[in-house]
Design a protein around this ligand. Structure first.
Ligand SMILES: Cc1cc2nc3c(=O)[nH]c(=O)nc-3n(C[C@H](O)[C@H](O)[C@H](O)COP(=O)(O)OP(=O)(O)OC[C@H]3O[C@@H](n4cnc5c(N)ncnc54)[C@H](O)[C@@H]3O)c2cc1C
Ligand code: SF4
Length: 330
């Protein structure tokens, strides 16, 4: 067993100071991903700075009338919070669709955003993998890629981001707040994950040593009428093979406001902006929903083994938007 140091931080500044920008050190949230990766040797930190007990677990109104969710709020607390359930139901549903009750009780918001891919080559240290060992190659392109990306990937990495929560956060324009030695800063979730390009090992735009302190959801009346639909290979306790966070508001038969984000199709939660543009002002019917999905998925570049995801996502868009519109009309 590899020895590592462990310190528990008492406050935000102390946590940042303890980590001290050391690339060999890691913050420890609930540990449900990091500790697993340490057991298999994918992660080999010299030091852990435990941030799970920082007073960052609050969930409440933000200054602009939206909702702030602290970074150490557990996934269970997020899913159960009455304001999340009332104002952003797709977020509660997305969190509840992930992992198991025990894991959600431990897992934190910050850790969920930074969880690593479930690509089997990444988690197997005997295999090459550009994300784990830059320059070693990507065996998934020619090998097992059934669950891999169809959008925004590159020849250097075709892995998907596994978070369900992140998909709903992407749909609702979440902003990620973080702290470094230079003070508090923020990043739109849209800019949080870096494009894959030829650097799949560089996953986010966070500076080294940054502590995520929370996320804010801006006010979005449309989000109150939203849904998360996850498709997976068994009914529970499985990662998505495709998912959709959707919200829609219809006025006089046309789409007044719509939010769409896809999960398990890219290296990040995929905001479907091309589809949203097609739907703006369009008749709220199945033909428009299909045209919108087609517009987004026109950019898809499936591999030989995962073309099914194009059909899956198209069907998700049509069925979930149809459901939401029918419910609103009742
Ligand atoms: C069996 C199993 C099934 C799962 N199924 C799903 C699923 O279906 N859907 C899904 O979305 N997820 C699923 N998960 C993943 C789970 O959601 C993540 O493991 C969890 O959200 C990670 O949160 P954590 O607090 O435990 O993170 P940790 O494991 O503590 O940390 C993860 C990463 O985040 C960093 N980190 C943690 N907190 C901070 C912070 N505040 N600031 C900066 N960096 C930080 C750590 O350094 C580490 O790199 C599953 C996990 C398991 C083990
Ligand atoms: S898809 Fe990405 S994570 Fe998987 S083997 Fe290729 S480089 Fe590694």
């Amino acid at each position: 067993m590899r020895e590592f140091g462990y310190r528990r931080a008492d406050d935000v500044h102390g946590a940042v100071a303890l980590l001290d920008g050391d690339p060999e050190a890691r913050f420890l949230g609930g540990g449900t991903n990091l500790v697993d990766l340490m057991k298999t040797g994918v992660e080999r930190p010299a030091r852990l700075v435990d941030v799970s007990r920082l007073p960052l677990d609050g969930i409440g109104p933000s200054e602009d009338g939206g909702l702030h969710i602290g970074a150490t709020a557990t996934n269970s607390d997020v899913a159960a919070h009455p304001e999340v359930r009332r104002r952003y139901p797709a977020l509660a549903q997305a969190v509840l669709a992930g992992a198991s009750g025990q894991l959600r009780n431990m897992a934190t918001v910050g850790g969920n955003l930074l969880q690593r891919t479930r690509c089997g080559y990444f988690t197997d240290v005997t295999m090459p993998c550009n994300k784990r060992l830059p320059g070693s190659g990507c065996p998934a392109v020619e090998g097992e890629h059934r669950n891999h990306a169809i959008l925004g990937a590159s020849a250097h990495c075709v892995a998907v981001h596994p978070s369900d929560m992140g998909v709903a956060l992407a749909a609702f324009d979440a902003v990620v707040h973080y702290e470094t030695a230079d003070g508090a800063q923020e990043l739109a979730l849209a800019d949080f994950y870096r494009p894959v390009g030829d650097t799949p090992h560089l996953e986010t735009a966070l500076p080294t040593g940054a502590l995520i302190t929370g996320v804010t959801l801006p006010p979005a009346p449309v989000a109150a009428h939203s849904r998360y639909r996850k498709v997976r290979e068994r009914a529970s306790y499985a990662f998505a093979i495709g998912s959709l966070a959707a919200a829609v508001e219809v006025r006089d038969g046309t789409v007044h406001d719509v939010r769409l984000a896809f999960g398990a199709v890219a290296s990040r939660p995929w905001r479907a902006r091309a589809a949203e543009r097609v739907l703006a002002g369009a008749p709220a019917d199945a033909d428009s929903f299909a045209a919108a999905a087609d517009a987004e998925l026109a950019a898809a570049e499936p591999l030989p083994g995962n073309g099914y995801k194009v059909t899956l996502l198209r069907n998700l868009v049509v069925s979930v938007l149809t459901e939401l519109c029918e419910e609103a009309a009742r």
